[in-house]
Design a protein around this ligand. Structure first.
Ligand code: G3H
Ligand code: ZN
Length: 286
């Protein structure tokens, strides 16, 4: 069933595991992620960036594809459709109107007071409709779609500011930027675990770790032990599926039926996602 993130994240905090947000890019990603969740009996969050939403046809199309697959695949595990890095109040409302069950409002580029005001506006509308909200403070580096943050702009969240934002907005979960990066890491990630612990203690809400691709298992486990209940992964599924398409086409230069190269790519995505669900501990937690 389609649900907000609230229940699944609260349960994850309690059970000391994290629910994966896996980003949609097209039909095959959507199929693979839903199948992975059902086979693993794991709750799942489908992340939709504004760019991916546009690519797939629009928010309504995304919701209809997801609803269609839930029915056809007889999906029984909890599924949330979540706007990833929502850029404005209007985009969040558009996603909610289209049927999303959760939104992120990313005001991380704004001064604190403006980020709080914007996030609060979104929370007021979303909560009236039973939709969960995620906010961000500090700036997560790297690139995801239109969102590009270079090294100089990337900033660690300040715990006292996180506390203020969460308290004044009432968000359901919170993403403090603590050194994680969108896309591949240059070298080993250097996550701010001390601050993560402080932020968790101060805010008391489930924490979100963006840039899940390329974080070593020991860091994933440590983050979960410090209250991280949601981990976002996109690039890794993109990379493994692209490698499969490349291999299939190289091995079969005369192949042209998209089902013959996107089908195997879909299998790769499914295996990647299942591996993450096991690593995050969300398997058999539906
Ligand atoms: O919001 C989406 C994620 O943070 C994805 O990060 O592409 O590095 O896995 P990633
Ligand atoms: Zn992100």
């Amino acid at each position: 069933p389609l649900v907000s993130m609230t229940d699944m994240l609260n349960k994850a905090v309690e059970g000391k595991y994290a629910v994966g947000q896996f980003n949609l890019n097209n039909l095959e990603f959507t199929q693979a992620i839903l199948q992975a969740a059902e086979e693993e009996q794991s709750p799942v969050i489908l992340g939709v960036s504004e760019g991916a939403g546009r690519y797939m046809g629009g928010f309504k199309t995304v919701v209809n594809i997801v609803k269609g697959l839930i029915e056809d695949y007889q999906i029984t595990v909890p599924v949330a459709i979540h706007l990833d890095h929502g850029s404005s109040f209007e985009k969040c409302v558009e996603a909610i109107y289209a049927g999303f069950t959760s939104v992120m409002i990313d005001g991380s580029h704004l001064p604190l007071e403006e980020n709080i005001a914007l996030t609060k506006r979104v929370v007021d509308v979303a909560h009236a409709l039973g939709i969960s909200v995620e906010a961000e403070l500090g700036r997560i580096g790297g690139q995801e779609d239109d969102l590009i943050v270079d090294d100089a702009e990337a900033a660690y969240a300040i715990p006292a500011e996180c506390d203020q934002l969460v308290r004044e907005t009432g968000v359901d979960c919170f993403a403090p930027a603590l050194g994680s990066v969108h896309g591949p890491y240059k070298g080993e990630p250097n996550l701010g675990f001390d601050r993560m612990e402080q932020v968790q203690k101060l805010t008391g809400v489930p924490l979100v770790l963006h840039g899940g691709t390329g974080i070593p298992t020991k860091d994933i486990q440590r983050a979960i032990s410090l209250g991280t209940a949601k981990i976002n992964v996109n690039t890794e599924s993109q990379m493994t599926s692209a490698a499969t398409v490349r291999k299939v086409l190289e091995e079969n230069p005369n192949l042209y039926d998209p089902r013959k190269y996107l089908g195997p790519a879909r299998e790769t995505i499914k295996e990647t996602v299942k591996g993450k669900m096991r690593e995050f501990g969300s398997s058999n937690k539906a």
